[in-house]
Every structure is written in structure tokens, then in C-alpha cells.
Design a protein around this ligand. Structure first.
Ligand code: FES
Length: 69
């Protein structure tokens, strides 16, 4: 499903960018070009970033293993 119609970027691409280290909407703008035209996708991008941050917080990182808490 497309998240940013203007740039033709889908959800899979956004998730991949976040897995590779994008942690803010600004990061996504820079690396995927999303949200840089009409801005209609910005609320969805913000929602995806927040969801990713919450997922990361639900894991406790030890030296070598991420453990769900
Ligand atoms: S839909 Fe993303 S900038 Fe227009």
C-alpha cells in the first residue's frame, strides 16, 4: 500500500528505511523523499515512526540479545 502517493513510496519501503536506522519523519524525508510535496502523508509517517519507536522500547537490549519485556 502506498504511503506517499506523490513520491510513489509504499509501506514496505518505509519500514525498510526504519529498520536501517531512520527514526524520525525527517530521516524518512531525507532517505526516501516522502512527505516533501503535498504533505498529505505526514500524519501516516508520524504514526509509523511512533509505532516503530514503541516497538523498540518494548525490547530490552543486553550485550548481544534483545529480550521482549
Ligand atoms: S503524499 Fe506524500 S508528499 Fe504528497
Amino acid at each position: 500500500m502506498y504511503v506517499c502517493i506523490c513520491q510513489g513510496v509504499n509501506e514496505k519501503t518505509i519500514r525498510s528505511a526504519m529498520e536501517q536506522g531512520a527514526t524520525t519523519v525527517g530521516d524518512l524525508k531525507r532517505c526516501a523523499g516522502v512527505g516533501t510535496a503535498c504533505g498529505q502523508c505526514l500524519p501516516r509517517l508520524d504514526e509509523m515512526v511512533r509505532s516503530c519507536q514503541e516497538s523498540r522500547r518494548s525490547f530490552r537490549f543486553t550485550d548481544t540479545v534483545a529480550t521482549p519485556v
